[in-house]
Design a binder for this molecule. Structure first.
Ligand SMILES: [Zn+2]
Length: 231
């Protein structure tokens, strides 16, 4: 599924999203491989509370003892109590089935984050509130790497770069302002939650094409800074 990223930073490592069923095995294996301990992960950031992002939140929080950061509006998604309306009701139905099948457990967000907030993790991550997919959907921008973790603003696969389908978007009317925000930010690299290869410059090009953004070709810094995070 590719719905979580571990930002390696020794004993202050960070997990962005927590994935879904089956992923605890891969997360455990990766933590071991990197020579980290479970409690090396001190923070869990949620881009939003959909089941494929918060699926392992309760387990990961317990396993690591990490603090959970997300937008206040996402707690209802995490709890499975968000009142979906219109086409998005299908999302609610699918999540309800998923929660039942995977014996999902909810968990509390420990600290609510807001737009523009600077988090000290991984050399600095700025919260970029990008509503549309959900009300409290957030991206995380690393100025050090000029890299935006863009959550579910789009999915980026070879031959299939797409906006999230209508049934998955709770606040579609907010999408244009969020796209505009990313356009103005103009990061060198974009890393979505669903993609084929870990190539931030490629995803930036795909994002621009999908939403008709005229960014200058490739930014100077693209490809220069070493990426220290792993899937
Ligand atoms: Zn989602």
């Amino acid at each position: 599924m590719g719905c979580c990223h571990l930002l390696e930073d020794g004993d202050a490592s960070v997990m962005i999203d927590t994935g879904m069923v089956g992923e605890p095995f891969f997360i455990r294996r990766l933590v071991r491989k990197l020579g980290l301990r479970p409690d090396s992960i001190k923070s869990i950031l949620l881009t939003h509370g959909h089941l494929d992002h918060a699926g392992n939140l309760a387990w990961l929080k317990q396993w690591t003892g990490a603090k959970v950061y997300a937008h206040r509006e996402e707690q209802r998604h995490v709890d499975g109590t968000y009142p979906y309306t219109g086409a998005a009701r299908w999302c609610g139905r699918l999540e309800a089935i998923g929660r039942f099948l995977f014996r999902y457990r909810t968990a509390a967000i420990d600290e609510f984050i807001t737009d523009g907030q600077e988090l000290s993790f991984w050399g600095g991550l700025r919260v970029i509130h990008l509503p549309g997919h959900t009300t409290g959907h957030c991206g995380f921008f690393s100025a050090n790497h000029d890299l935006l973790f863009s959550g579910d603003m789009f999915a980026s696969y070879f031959f299939n770069v797409h906006k999230p389908p209508a049934i998955l978007n709770s606040m579609p009317e907010h999408f244009p302002e969020s796209i505009e925000k990313v356009r103005r930010l103009n990061p060198s690299w974009i890393v979505p939650c669903h993609y084929d290869y870990l190539d931030g410059a490629l995803h930036r090009r795909r994002f621009a094409k999908l939403y008709g953004i005229q960014w200058p070709a490739e930014k100077q810094s693209a490809g220069a800074a070493p990426l220290e995070f792993k899937l």
